[in-house]
Ligand binder design. Structure first.
Ligand code: ZN
Ligand code: ZN
Length: 91
């Protein structure tokens, strides 16, 4: 008999990076690889964690609170939201 272990991740916004919470399904513990990426707004805090930004099908993320946007695959992307504008002026 072989033991098969599958890897899975929930995408409810609580789990980040590659950290996984085992989900017990029947007698099989499933831990799947995460395919959804959670990007959080660096400006908006909800409770004691940063607000997850909405993911766009184009591959970028936008904060529904302040309008901050980010493209994880493009670090050179410059956001033009008000908060980033203030930072640029202060620098
Ligand atoms: Zn925000
Ligand atoms: Zn911004």
């Amino acid at each position: 008999m072989t033991l098969t272990i599958e890897f899975s991740l929930t995408v409810d916004g609580i789990i980040e990076g590659s950290v996984a919470v085992p989900v017990v399904s029947g007698c099989v513990v499933r831990i799947e690889k995460m395919t959804e990426q959670v990007v959080r707004c660096p400006y908006c805090v909800l409770g004691n964690y940063f607000v997850p930004m909405l993911s766009r099908p184009e591959g970028w993320f936008i904060c529904s609170k302040c309008g901050h946007s980010a493209i994880p695959e493009k670090p050179e992307f410059r956001c033009f939201c008000q908060k980033c504008g203030e930072l640029k002026r202060a620098a």
